[in-house]
Design a protein around this ligand. Structure first.
Ligand SMILES: [Zn+2]
Ligand SMILES: [Zn+2]
Length: 253
């Protein structure tokens, strides 16, 4: 049994008809999928999917790219989503200086406010950090909140060590199936601090590169971990699943 901790089923090309993707995931042994959000509309969609499909859980939040467009009362709206029984995290939130689609001051403000809200509500957060280690870390240190999953991890070993020592967790996407750098880094981390994710529809793993990624392919991420740690895929799946269940406080499927 696998968990895809980051599947954008609330976005194109999935949202109009996610059923076949969810069915394929279940057939592949992916028994739970967490749908992260990027804005208010996708948060609504994530909750709707979680209500309709048993294996689907939702996270609500404003992505750094969308931070400048967040409505004035966005915090109140996100807070309301957090009390839904199938909303298991606040996210994805963070900083992105690779694209800098939103001005940095807006990214910083919206990240900080949501991180504080998560702290008050005792909700885990899904962190999106791209080329923004310093700002991400400083906001988290100021908020004193590291109850966090660093999704699609792309930073270096030093940064990994820093966030793990603060109590955060890390997950890799399908990038781990083809990036020597990601493999080398993961191999130096404790497997019980890792989770599996696709970040679909992006980041398709080997042997599906160039295709639309989907939750079923999270098995390839677990397979890559198994090779890296010299374990069998079932035991790696069990270790990472337990980590995700505890972190997101997931119910049994
Ligand atoms: Zn992200
Ligand atoms: Zn994402």
């Amino acid at each position: 049994m696998f968990i895809d901790t980051h599947a954008h089923l609330n976005l194109d090309p999935f949202y109009d008809d996610p059923g076949p993707y969810i069915d394929r995931a279940l057939q592949a042994g992916v028994t739970r999928m967490i749908v992260p959000s990027i804005d208010i509309e996708s948060s609504e969609r994530a909750v709707a999917l979680a209500e309709k499909y048993g294996p689907v859980f939702a996270a609500a939040g404003i992505h750094p790219h969308e931070s400048a467009k967040a409505p004035k009362d966005y915090l109140r709206i996100i807070e309301a989503f957090l009390s839904h029984p199938k909303v298991c995290a606040l996210g994805e939130i963070g900083m992105d200086h690779y694209r800098d689609y939103a001005p940095r001051h807006a990214q910083l403000k919206v990240f900080r406010e949501q991180l504080e809200l998560a702290g008050h509500k005792d909700m885990p957060v899904i962190i999106h950090n791209r080329a923004a280690d310093e700002d991400t870390l400083s906001v988290m240190e100021t908020a004193g909140n590291f109850h966090a999953q660093f999704h699609c991890f792309g930073s270096d070993r030093e940064f990994a060590g820093k966030v793990l020592s603060e109590g955060a967790l890390i997950s890799f996407t399908g990038v781990i199936t083809f990036s020597g750098k990601a493999k080398a880094l993961a191999g130096k981390l404790p497997p019980e601090k890792l989770m599996t994710e696709t970040d679909c529809p992006w980041m398709a793993p080997v042997p599906y590169r160039g295709r639309t990624n989907e939750p079923a392919y999270v098995v390839e991420v677990a397979r890559a971990y198994a090779e890296i740690f010299g374990k069998d895929i079932a035991s790696v799946a069990a270790i990472t699943r337990r980590t995700a269940e505890t972190f997101f406080r997931l119910q049994e499927p």
